[in-house]
Design a protein around this ligand. Structure first.
Ligand SMILES: [Fe+2]
Length: 260
């Protein structure tokens, strides 16, 4: 049967092309939640699924999703310099090299824009900016010690960012416990863990956003971290120490959100 392509093969090639198209569109339209891009793709696919020439389906789907993305209203943030800088920096460092991390980051930032209302006005933009840059320490240009929160914070300090934003990134989502396990507690101590609503809100946004940027529950997120990283990973081992602290930060923010 050399040279003959079966229907099943054509379908699986089409699936693969759609999957690649989805990652590409998520990167292209980072103002749109990845879950929404996925929804648009599935809807367009259902519409064109019966097309006579299946090879054209991804083209039709792409055209339709691009039209929806262009019509998607982009939320304006207040006082845009800091958050724009943070967003552009994260995009430059992550989008190409680590597209999945970039999709997660964009999801955390979108969550932050929504959660910011629980904070005093002068802290709202800080939250959004910190959300954009919280994981830049994974980028090869930034990695040094291998503890991404510390590497990200040091990069931000070199870039002249405020100590508040550096501290938020350094200590996000229970980083102190990980730092102790990997021998970088002294390094992390260069930065202050500013306990309070702003710091809780950043942890909340990170803990309620999945690896592809989709909203998730904190328990879903913890289960996903355990599964993706495996039991030996310091981030997973640290959960025994910082798990309760992470949950407490999430609970406090959740309570504020319910009140507002
Ligand atoms: Fe994160």
């Amino acid at each position: 049967m050399v040279g003959v392509t079966t229907t099943a093969e054509v379908a699986s090639q089409a699936d693969e092309r759609i999957r690649r198209l989805e990652s590409q569109l998520v990167r292209e339209y980072d103002d749109v939640p990845p879950s929404l891009v996925h929804e648009w793709i599935e809807r367009a696919r259902a519409r064109f699924g019966g097309a006579r020439v299946q090879e054209y389906v991804p083209l039709f789907v792409a055209r339709e999703v691009r039209a929806s993305a262009r019509a998607f209203p982009v939320a304006e943030t207040t006082g845009t310099f800091l958050s724009s800088w943070a967003r552009n920096t994260a995009r430059r460092l992550l989008a190409e090299e680590l597209p999945r991390r970039w999709a997660h980051t964009a999801g955390v930032a979108r969550r932050a824009e929504h959660v910011a209302r629980v904070l005093p006005e002068d802290e709202r933009e800080l939250l959004v900016a910190a959300a954009w840059v919280h994981d830049i320490g994974y980028a090869s240009e930034v990695t040094d010690t291998g503890l991404h929160s510390l590497d990200g914070a040091r990069y931000l300090r070199r870039a002249g960012m405020s100590e508040r934003i550096c501290g938020l990134v350094a200590h996000h989502s229970g980083a102190a416990a990980v730092a102790r396990l990997v021998g970088h507690a002294d390094g992390l101590a260069e930065f202050t863990d500013q306990r309070g609503r702003l710091r809780d809100a950043l942890w909340y946004c990170d803990m309620s956003t999945g690896p592809d940027g989709q909203p998730t529950t904190v328990h879903g997120r913890l289960a996903e971290i355990r599964q993706r990283r495996g039991p030996e990973d310091p981030v997973v081992r640290a959960l025994a120490i910082n798990g309760d602290e992470r949950l407490a930060a999430v609970r406090r923010t959740h309570r504020l959100l319910r009140r507002k």
